[in-house]
Design a protein around this ligand. Structure first.
Ligand SMILES: [Zn+2]
Length: 177
């Protein structure tokens, strides 16, 4: 983890504003983030696509669902094939599937929670797609963007643990759905 952070530091000290793909030096850190070995939505192994707005990794199939939500809701990028801006890379390094999954769990936006709560608008059949359009998800997305911008403006990236001490997207907001 520590060496991955050092690599992350190195790639962020480069004076360029975008990368032809997710920067290879940061990839190890991205993959090491808790939960990032599985698609946030279906649990598929080794997801290669990113829901950048949420700092989460998704599989090819689920990336299609995210794309259908529109870029206002979820911006989709390929780890390998798309160009990446610096703030997008930071959002990915500061987010993570475990963190987002915990947020959804607390807001009863998982299949299991929907069964228990019997939420009428959002049910176990549509929760994996519709949860990204909820007010809770909108809040998470906004906090993610604010956090990435603040990390970017605070100078060279010092690694996830340093940034963690600053304000991060809250997983404790009450459900307003
Ligand atoms: Zn998936």
């Amino acid at each position: 983890m520590a060496s991955a952070e050092l690599e992350a530091k190195r790639c962020h000290s480069e004076k360029i504003s975008s990368y032809p793909s997710f920067p290879p030096a940061c990839l190890a850190l991205l993959k090491s983030i808790e939960g990032n070995d599985r698609c946030i939505d279906c649990g598929g192994r080794d997801p290669q696509w990113a829901a950048v707005s949420f700092g989460a990794l998704v599989c090819l199939q689920c990336s299609g669902h995210h794309r259908s939500l529109g870029v206002q809701v979820s911006r989709v990028r390929s780890i390998e094939m798309d160009e990446w801006k610096l703030d997008e890379v930071i959002a990915m390094l500061e987010g993570g599937n475990e963190q987002l999954g915990t947020f959804f769990l607390r807001h009863a936006l998982t299949v299991e929670a929907c069964v228990v709560k019997k939420n009428k608008a959002i049910n176990k059949e549509n929760v994996m797609r519709l949860r990204y359009k909820t007010k809770a998800a909108q809040f998470y997305r906004q906090q993610m963007q604010l956090h990435a911008t603040s990390v970017l403006e605070s100078g060279p990236y010092r690694g996830r643990e340093m940034a963690r001490r600053k304000k991060r997207p809250s997983a404790t907001r009450r459900n307003s759905e």
